[in-house]
Design a protein around this ligand. Structure first.
Ligand SMILES: CC(C)(COP(=O)(O)OP(=O)(O)OC[C@H]1O[C@@H](n2cnc3c(N)ncnc32)[C@H](O)[C@@H]1OP(=O)(O)O)[C@@H](O)C(=O)NCCC(=O)NCCS
Length: 168
């Protein structure tokens, strides 16, 4: 069972995210992007997000250590998504599992809790974006009821994003 993240979680969340990028992303992202990540800037990003919202972040701990996190919030508007998403849709902004804990069901459990948090916030539909080349994550989301918005590719510094949607 996850809990709401607090400011004290900013650094562990940032470190987990960087570890996942280092482990998973060089398969489909130019490794230099990942190698150049500024850990202090990442931590600062999470301090800001946890302090000011509008997103909500949940962490899952094992033996007192953060092993996964999920962030949900309002939809990030863009022309393609505005056409496809229902009014008041939410967004699954991030879902990361610490590399040593991946493949053991943690992501599945936290995804269900993130979807429940979106429902509790009154959302009836949600959108997520992921890198086009992130095959493991895409298979994972497809197996959990998320549908690709066909033909939608959004530019991103690390490569194009595909967009998924699901009813909640
Ligand atoms: C994608 C992710 C959240 C899935 O969480 P998880 O805890 O590894 O997934 P689960 O154990 O609940 O489910 C495993 C299934 O997910 C898929 N999967 C995704 N990433 C995987 C990984 N790194 N290792 C093993 N399986 C993975 C497989 O299809 C697997 O299916 P299987 O059970 O038939 O083998 C996690 O792997 C992760 O954090 N990846 C790196 C960060 C990332 O890409 N996040 C998504 C960005 S939008």
């Amino acid at each position: 069972m996850s809990r709401r993240a607090t400011l004290a979680d900013a650094r562990p969340i940032a470190e987990l995210q960087v570890q996942a990028w280092l482990r998973n992303y060089p398969d489909f992202v130019d490794p230099r992007h990942v190698a150049d990540v500024d850990r202090e800037a990442r931590a600062a990003h999470w301090v800001e997000s946890l302090s000011f919202g509008p997103d909500e972040t949940f962490v899952l701990e094992v033996a007192g250590a953060v092993r996964a996190f999920a962030t949900v919030g309002p939809l990030r508007e863009s022309p393609a998504v505005a056409d496809a998403a229902a009014a008041g849709a939410g967004e699954l902004v991030a879902l990361y599992v610490d590399p040593p804990a991946q493949g053991a069901g943690v992501g599945t459990a936290l995804l269900a809790e993130a979807e429940q948090a979106l429902r509790a916030a009154g959302r009836h539909q949600a959108v997520l974006r992921t890198l086009e080349g992130n095959g493991l994550a895409r298979t994972f989301y497809e197996r959990h009821g998320w549908s690709l918005l066909a033909g939608v590719l959004e530019p991103h510094e690390w490569g194009p994003h595909v967009v998924y949607r699901r009813e909640l």
